[in-house]
Write a protein that binds this ligand. Sequence first.
Ligand SMILES: Cc1cc2nc3c(=O)[nH]c(=O)nc-3n(C[C@H](O)[C@H](O)[C@H](O)COP(=O)(O)OP(=O)(O)OC[C@H]3O[C@@H](n4cnc5c(N)ncnc54)[C@H](O)[C@@H]3O)c2cc1C
Length: 312
Amino acid sequence: MPLAPFTSLNIGGPARFFTVAGNLDQLRQALLFARRQGVRFCVLGGGSNLLVSDDGFDGLVIRLQLQGIQVSGHRIEVQAGVDLTALVRRTAQLGLSGMESLAGIPGLVGGAIRGNAGAYGGCIGEVTETVFALQADSLELLALDRGECAFDYRNSRFKRDPSLVVVSALLTLAPGDCEEIRRKVEGTIAKREARQLQCDLSVGSFFMNPVVTDPELICRFEADQGVRCRENRIPAGWLIDQAKLRSIRVGAAMVSQKHANYLINTGNANAQEMTRLARLVKMEVRAALGVQLQEEVSCLGFNPEPDRGQPS
Ligand SMILES: Cc1cc2nc3c(=O)[nH]c(=O)nc-3n(C[C@H](O)[C@H](O)[C@H](O)COP(=O)(O)OP(=O)(O)OC[C@H]3O[C@@H](n4cnc5c(N)ncnc54)[C@H](O)[C@@H]3O)c2cc1C
């Protein structure tokens, strides 16, 4: 099964095995199948943060389609296969506040929990009370409270430990005014659409915003942008821009003209071009500014994983 159509980059070769899991039992069966075949597995959500190698993945891809939302007062139990923006819109209808800033982030709830997706100062970890995750080896369903999930900037326990598959999450929101929440949600979506980034083939921000220790660089950023940098993190896009890399290309892979942290597929780019472009960006930013960028995107089917190997 070719994986490119399942990713927002539209890049990547085939999976050796591919299946869809619509409930917990099917997910357990799929994990058992991978174990019996002696292959690795990978869970696929919306594919909006995934770069698949041109050779594909020599294992089992499990497309999660666990659907379902249960509301109890101001708490929502949501399954991993629910579309994140559909969930945010639903919270507005229910008059529940806390997820407005996440509106318009592509992908599904499971992927969002794993990467602690966030935007405009908010992230999903902040409203998450408990995550239910299936441990792939024991097939045991774990209930992990927020502390145990170890949410951090674009990170969580689920990203650090790929044997945990997020199945559902219990979110705690605050009661609010439906119309006001709806206005905020639609405002966030409109702000995103105005940037015209959603229509390009990308994974959103390709690199994480790095922690910078150089006080001069921090001053330069703050003077240039007129904002204070938070937790010493400087936007990767600003750094890439400073290194004058906007619009550079490797084949059909390009640093976006509109947002320097978006590496886009301009048509028929392959994974090799994408990874060569990413390597070039990292090298140039390091040479120009002394900062090491790290991929935010998840990579599948590379050997070694481009974001796990030595800084390239
Ligand atoms: C145009 C655009 C804009 C974006 N803007 C933002 C933004 O503002 N903020 C932001 O944080 N992100 C943003 N992203 C990135 C992306 O939308 C998020 O990272 C999203 O949460 C990924 O979810 P997904 O379901 O698509 O995950 P996928 O891409 O399917 O998977 C990503 C990784 O998570 C793993 N995974 C998926 N589901 C599960 C699960 N249930 N359990 C365990 N592991 C799982 C996969 O194996 C893979 O390693 C943007 C992407 C695009 C294309």
